[in-house]
Design a protein around this ligand. Structure first.
Ligand code: ZN
Length: 305
C-alpha cells in the first residue's frame, strides 16, 4: 500500500464513513458504519473507534479530520446538527481527548468544496465554489486552497438566499415556504424535494426527483418543462454566486448533479453573452463522488495538524 498521508471521517445523520488517503488523495481504504443516534457517548465512541482504525492502517499521529453538517468555525467547541445527539456537548475537545490528539472539524459542504478544489474537478483553480444540489442546497468557498468560514461558519450557505422576484414572476411561481422558516429561498425550488415541488406545481405530478429527471431524459414533455424551469432558477443562483464571489470555477455536486445533461441545460439557461462580466461561469461536475466528504476532511486535517 502507498504511504497514507491523512484520513477523513464523514459524519452524517445515518452513517459514518472513514477513509484513508494516499499521496495523490486517492482512496486507499474505506469503511462505513451506522451513526449511533441514541446517545452522545455512543456517537463519541464510534468516532474515536474510526480514528483509531485509520491510524492502525497507517501510523500513530496520522492527521485525521472530521466533516459534519452544520455551521462550523475553527476552534469552536460546540456544534449544531439536527438529527445528531450533540446539543451542549464539546465534541472537538472530547474527541481529541479520546484519540490522544486533535481531530479538526469542518462543515461537510466546505469539505466537498475543498476536496474538489485541491484534488477534484477544480484542481489548479484559485477560487472555487462547491455547490451542492441534493436534499438541500448549500456550498462552500475555497480561495488559495483554504476554506472561507466567515464569522459564524455560514459563508457559502447560498441555498437560503432568495430567488429574485423577477424570476418567480416570469416563471409564474409562488413564493414557496422553506424549511428554514422563511419563504422564497433557492432551496425551495432547487433541492431534490424542490424539484418534486416544481413538478407538483407545474405539472400536477407527484414524483421523486430522480423520476422527474429520468422522465425528462426519456423525452416526457411535462418533465422537460419542469427541468427547464428548474434550470432557469439554477442559472440565477449561478449568476448570484458570480456576483457575490466571482469564482474561477463552480463545481456541482449532490444527487441532482448526476442528472443527464445538467451542464448543457445550465449553460443554455445562462445568458449569452453573460449579463455580468465578460466570461461565462466555468461550470464543472464534481469528480470526487461519494468520497468528497472524507477527502476534504483529510485535506483540512493535513493542513491544520
Ligand atoms: Zn430557507
Amino acid at each position: 500500500m502507498p504511504l497514507p498521508r491523512a484520513g477523513g471521517l464523514d459524519l452524517g445523520g445515518t452513517k459514518i464513513e472513514a477513509s484513508l488517503f494516499g499521496p495523490d488523495w486517492d482512496v486507499l481504504a474505506t469503511r462505513r458504519r451506522p451513526t449511533p443516534t441514541e446517545s452522545y457517548a455512543a456517537l463519541l465512541d464510534a468516532l474515536a473507534e474510526e480514528v483509531a482504525w485509520l491510524r492502525d492502517q497507517a501510523r500513530p499521529g496520522l492527521p485525521v479530520g472530521l466533516g459534519m453538517p452544520g455551521p462550523i468555525v475553527p476552534r469552536q467547541e460546540r456544534f449544531i446538527a439536527v438529527q445528531l445527539p450533540l446539543a451542549g456537548e464539546r465534541l472537538a475537545a472530547d474527541l481529541a481527548a479520546a484519540t490522544a490528539g486533535p481531530v479538526p472539524v469542518e462543515n461537510d459542504a466546505n469539505c466537498f468544496a475543498l476536496s474538489e478544489a485541491v484534488a477534484g474537478a477544480a484542481r489548479g483553480a484559485e477560487t472555487v465554489f462547491g455547490l451542492i444540489l441534493g436534499t438541500g442546497v448549500g456550498g462552500g468557498l475555497v480561495a488559495g486552497g483554504a476554506v472561507l468560514h466567515g464569522r459564524q461558519g455560514y459563508a457559502g450557505e447560498i441555498g437560503h438566499t432568495g430567488v429574485p422576484a423577477d424570476v418567480l414572476s416570469a416563471l409564474g411561481l409562488p413564493v414557496f415556504s422553506c424549511g428554514c422558516g422563511r419563504r422564497g429561498c433557492f432551496e425551495t425550488c432547487l433541492s431534490g424535494p424542490g424539484l418534486s415541488r416544481l413538478a407538483r406545481h407545474l405539472a400536477e405530478l407527484d414524483l421523486p426527483p430522480q423520476e422527474v429527471t429520468a422522465r425528462a431524459a426519456a423525452g416526457d414533455p411535462a418533465c422537460l418543462r419542469v427541468l427547464e424551469v428548474w434550470s432557469a432558477i439554477a442559472a440565477r443562483l449561478i449568476e448570484t454566486l458570480q456576483m457575490a464571489y466571482d469564482p474561477d470555477c463552480i463545481v456541482l455536486g449532490g444527487g441532482l448533479s448526476r442528472m443527464p445533461g445538467l451542464l448543457e441545460q445550465l449553460r443554455a439557461a445562462l445568458p449569452d453573452p453573460p449579463h455580468y462580466g465578460q466570461m461565462a461561469a466555468e461550470l464543472r461536475l464534481a469528480e470526487g463522488g461519494d468520497s468528497s466528504g472524507t477527502r476534504g476532511a483529510a485535506i483540512m486535517a493535513e493542513a491544520r495538524t
